[in-house]
Design a protein around this ligand. Structure first.
Ligand SMILES: [Zn+2]
Length: 255
């Protein structure tokens, strides 16, 4: 059985028997790896700390070719996002990033790019950046990593440069001057176009953005991602329920 040493982000973990877990890891070279973590549910187990979702670990894996499950032999925690654990909204946002990474990774032929993108997004979230902007940053780059980001600056009808507002056909991945657009396309405002073009620049991410601009851009990337990837948002209901709890007046709070 080949022994593989790799860094990894723990995407998910579920109980296996009384004392163990099955962990789902995202790795830079092998993409998603599922592994048995024996004893990881014991309070002082050797693998306990390293089999918690959101943590980045140095893993030693026995990978059995042709078998679905590897065996996690060592898991040293390299990074654990402490801030995320103390903030409901950011914690849920981080969970959605992990779900998306898991859903998309099976389709990727460049797992290293997706791995480092997820790590960047989690760091931005941990650093306190607005969760909507982090999601925007993540999905925009994920689509680009997979060759699915449309060219927004070129009109598919006349071939001319599009500046400012643009109309977009999600399925065709095409952009249009608003006056040349066919029916039933999405319109994107000039502010959202500028934001999407500058998301890779830290200054743009840190700049104050209007809610309308962020939501317009987020709507587009979510639609593109939902069209291209199999993203059933399993935690959408949970998001809504958690939000309802957070929005209650203090005296009704069950927390
Ligand atoms: Zn045109």
């Amino acid at each position: 059985m080949p022994l593989v040493k790799t860094e990894a982000i723990v995407l998910a973990a579920r109980p296996l028997g009384d004392t163990s877990k099955i962990v789902v890891l995202l790795t830079p070279r092998r993409g998603v790896v599922r592994a048995v973590a024996k004893g990881a549910r014991r309070p002082k187990g050797r693998l306990t700390g390293g089999s918690v979702p959101l943590r980045r670990i140095e893993a030693l894996l026995y990978v059995r070719e042709g078998r679905e499950l590897a065996v996690l032999s060592e898991a040293q925690v390299v990074w654990a996002p402490r801030e995320l654990g103390s903030d409901w909204r950011r914690y849920l946002s981080a969970g959605r990033l992990l779900e998306t990474a898991l859903a998309v990774s099976a389709e990727g032929d460049n797992p290293a790019a997706d791995y480092h993108l997820l790590l960047d997004a989690l760091r931005l979230l941990e650093g306190g950046l607005d969760a909507g902007l982090v999601r925007l940053f993540y999905l925009r780059q994920l689509l680009a990593n997979h060759g699915l980001w449309p060219e927004l600056g070129r009109c598919a009808v006349c071939g001319g440069t599009v500046e400012g507002a643009v109309d977009i056909d999600i399925a065709a991945g095409a952009a249009y001057h608003p006056e040349h657009a066919p029916d039933a396309v999405r319109s994107l405002g000039a502010g959202s176009v500028r934001l999407l073009a500058g998301l890779h620049r830290p200054a743009v991410l840190r700049a104050r953005q209007s809610r309308e601009v962020v939501e317009g851009a987020l709507d587009l990337v979510e639609r593109l991602a939902a069209y291209h990837f199999d993203l059933r948002n399993r935690s959408a209901g949970l998001d809504a329920r958690a939000q309802a709890l957070l929005d209650r007046p203090e005296d009704e709070s069950p927390l």
